[in-house]
Every structure is written in C-alpha cells, then in structure tokens.
Design a binder for this molecule. Structure first.
Ligand SMILES: [Zn+2]
Length: 463
C-alpha cells in the first residue's frame, strides 16, 4: 500500500499552513477568497501532520485497489496524524505552554524551575506580547502603547491607530478627562516608566509572542483567546476603568472591542512565522455560557490555524467538551496550561504542552504547535512521557516511559489497559477496510501524573 505524506491536492503551496507555504497570512476580506481557493479539506492542510492514504485507483497497485475497494466510486481515506513526522528516537521533549501569565522576575524563575523551556507568555492588560521579554519595563503600557484601540464616541465604534500616549490623552487641556478623576488616580499622573521587569532571564529559555485577548464585540466577556506566535495586541492597561480611559472618560475599549472574526484575522495576519503558531480557545468550562459548543465549532471552522481548546486550565478540565468536538469530525487539538498558577505561586501548578521538536528553536516550537506535534501533561514530570505514538497499517502503537494505565478514547468506544508501557490498538475498520472511527486519542496515568495524546483523525470521503 502506498502511503503519501500530506500533500493535499491543490496546485502550488499557496494555502496558509501548507508545507512550504511562506507567504503572508491572508488579510481581512481576502480571507474568504483564500479559503475558497483551498478547496480540499483545509483543516487537514495544517502542516506536515496530515498523512494521506489514497485508496483511490491511482494510489494503489491495481490488484490491491480491487481487493480494498471494489466499488466503482473511489474512496479517499485521509489520516490526520499530528505525529506522522515525529522521529520519537531523536525528538526532544520540550515543556511549553500556550497560556501563562508571568509579570515579574520571581514568576519567571518559578516557570524555569518547573521545567518550562519554551514560553509564549500570554499577559494582559493590555493584551500584548512581552516580546522580547528583556525589553519590557514596569508601567510602560500606562505611558504609551504602540498599538491602537477601539474607541466609541457618540455611539460609534472605530479603531484609533497607535501609538496612544495616555498621559497626553488623559491630561489634554481640551479633550482630556484628568479633572474628573478621583484624587487617588490624579496623584498617579503623569505615569512614568519603571525599571526592566525581567533582569535575569535564563539563557536556556525560548520565548514567543502571545497574549490573552478578551472583550470581543460580539461575544460575552467569558471568551478569552490566545494567539501563540502572533504579534497582535489589543486593549489597554486600564482593565478596571480606574482611569476612565473607557466609560465616563476616553471611550477606549479595555479589550479587543472588535468582532471575534475580525480579531482572529488580525491575529493570524500578525503571526511571526507563517508555518507556526495559531489560535487557542481558552478554558471552555470557565467561560461557561459565553462559550457554547456551537461557538467553539464556529471558531474552529473559521481557519485551520484556529488550533483547538484548552483541555486543562489551572485544575479545570474540559475533556468532555474535547470529545464532543472531536465527535463532530473536526480537528481540535488539546492544550494543557497553568494560566495564572505560576504567577500566583499555586501549591501544585499544572498544565504542560510537551513539544516534540528536532531542534530547540522558536520556529520549531511554533511549528510543533501548528502541526499538533505535542502531547499534554498534567504536571510535566519526568516520570511519565510518551515514547512513541506511531500508526502503521491501521495499528496504533503507544509507548510510555513507565508502566501506565491507558485509556483509548474514540467516538465509538472507550477502552482501558492497565499496568503496561506498550499498547497496540487496531483501528476498527468496516467491510471495505476503511476506518470505522473518526478519531482516537490516548490518555496514560502513572501515579498522580497524567498525559494525553492529540487526536489522530480518520476521514473517509467518497469522491
Ligand atoms: Zn489567562
């Protein structure tokens, strides 16, 4: 049987995320055109991860074709295996996270002690990358932000381009609102810039741009979105409106202030690397009614670079939501993050994405996120890791570093295997030998530690 590596059948590498694609991300209203041009299964075009198995006549030797698929209509089986290009014997396992707030030196040291090596720090307010980390100074965003913000005046919202000089805006003799501020706030003006926040940055840490964006114009306040690898910035320093930069004063949105679709397009447009990073949909459980499954699905469908949801966020789990989304057949990666736990010095912080990279560079790390070449770990401990997740001839072999209790989850079943460090799972197939499941994902537990593979997906299409 011929197996081909992820080469979706589009002419040229002109689709965002396609192997070898190096262009700029589509902007604004070009997006729709771009997506339509990428006609075949855009969700699978998100890197080298997709493995294409052609069961069509051209993909197999003639006699094999007849045996496998005797029907007149060719059937194409696509396998989206995020680990397809991972060489488990040589890959480094790098602790990373897509959602971590680090706002002072002590917290950065804690993150380093916890073993994080790649840090797309996702701070607010404002929602702007701390990138490079060594350039960030205390209070700098109160004095000035280079990026703009959405402003509402006379009931109309419009984007005001940066830079925004807050001292000048608030204290302006004609249009400022300094005189209306309480004394406690007036005393703090004009704002001044303090010292560098991070003065001792461990040399073996790799950073990436990221930020946590919120306050979209067309969602509830519980929707929070991260954009690891993107330089996009939104909002202001004044989240609680203490300086009346928003209501009762300046009218500037303290968050995104744009429809989420517009903001997503901007996040994607400002990706540092065209083939790395993307968007994560944060903590569905915490977001509650503001983030129903239907909205998550709409977001996942917006662009293949909307990568997935947080499955673990500071002790809060979303495994059920993850499976419900995967049962729809969508691509949805799972992210495992500490959010504020490291900054807050929580007693047992958890949430690691263990990246599988062949070189520890920023670009390789962001590419691993795009492809899904990582697994989740609750505590990021050395005592339990995946040592292999390989799919061959519909046999999925999973190996772990320690004897574990496994759970194999598909859209059809949930099976457990206990006390072993190697499991072989045969992908169920139908009479035509096509996969009879939409996805399989694997969890392993050893003591208190739990690790989670990304889903491997099977798409059967009649042409
Ligand atoms: Zn957060």
């Amino acid at each position: 049987m011929k197996v081909r590596l992820a080469l979706p059948m589009v002419s040229g590498n002109n689709c965002p995320g396609a192997p070898g694609w190096t262009g700029d991300a589509p902007k604004g209203n070009e997006m729709q055109t771009f997506r339509n041009a990428c006609t075949l299964n855009p969700r699978l075009r998100s890197g080298l991860a997709a493995l294409l198995l052609l069961a069509a006549p051209h993909g197999l030797a003639g006699d094999e074709t007849a045996r496998l698929d005797p029907r007149p209509h060719p059937v194409r089986v696509e396998i989206d295996n995020p680990y397809a290009t991972v060489d488990w014997t040589t890959a480094q396992q790098i602790r990373s996270t897509t959602h971590i707030h680090l706002t002072d030196q002590a917290a950065l040291h804690r993150a380093a002690r916890l073993g994080y090596r790649h840090l797309p720090v996702s701070n607010y307010y404002p929602s702007t990358p701390y990138y490079p980390m060594d350039a960030i100074r205390a209070g700098q965003f109160r004095v000035r932000q280079d990026f703009g913000a959405v402003r509402t005046t006379d009931g109309q919202s419009h984007y005001v381009a940066g830079p925004l000089d807050w001292n000048a805006l608030i204290m302006d003799k004609t249009n400022g609102w300094y005189d209306s501020l309480p004394e406690a706030q007036r005393e703090q003006l004009p704002f001044t810039v303090g010292d560098f926040l991070f003065q001792d940055i461990p040399q073996d840490l790799v950073f990436s741009p990221n930020a946590e964006h919120h306050a979209f114009a067309n969602t509830g306040a519980g929707v929070h979105i991260n954009a690891p690898g993107s330089l996009y910035s939104s909002g202001t320093f004044d989240a609680h409106n203490r300086f009346r930069t928003s209501w009762g004063g300046g009218g500037y949105s303290y968050g995104v202030g744009l429809p989420w679709q517009t903001a997503f397009a901007l996040m994607l447009k400002q990706l540092l690397f065209a083939d790395g990073g993307g968007i994560t949909i944060n903590h569905p459980h915490w977001s509650g009614k503001d983030l129903p499954q239907a909205l998550i699905e709409e977001m996942l469908d917006f662009d293949p670079r909307v990568l997935g949801i947080e499955v673990l966020n500071s002790g809060d789990w979303d495994l059920e939501m993850w499976d419900r989304l995967l049962q729809t057949g969508r691509r949805c990666l799972g992210f495992f993050v500490p959010d504020w736990q490291v900054q807050a010095d929580a007693p047992r912080p958890g949430g690691f994405n263990i990246l599988l990279v062949h070189e520890l560079t920023e670009r390789h790390c962001l590419q691993a996120y795009r492809r899904g070449a990582f697994f989740g770990s609750q505590f990021g401990g050395d005592e339990l890791s995946f040592q292999g997740i390989t799919l061959k001839d519909y046999q999925l072999t999973i190996e772990t570093s320690a004897p574990s209790d496994f759970v194999l989850v598909t859209d059809q079943s949930r099976s457990t295997v206990t006390g072993t460090n190697r499991v072989v799972f045969t992908i169920p197939t139908n009479a035509q030998r096509h996969p009879a499941i939409k996805y399989v994902r694997v969890e392993a537990r050893h003591g208190p530690e739990r690790i989670f593979s990304q889903p491997i997906r099977f798409l059967v299409r009649t042409e």
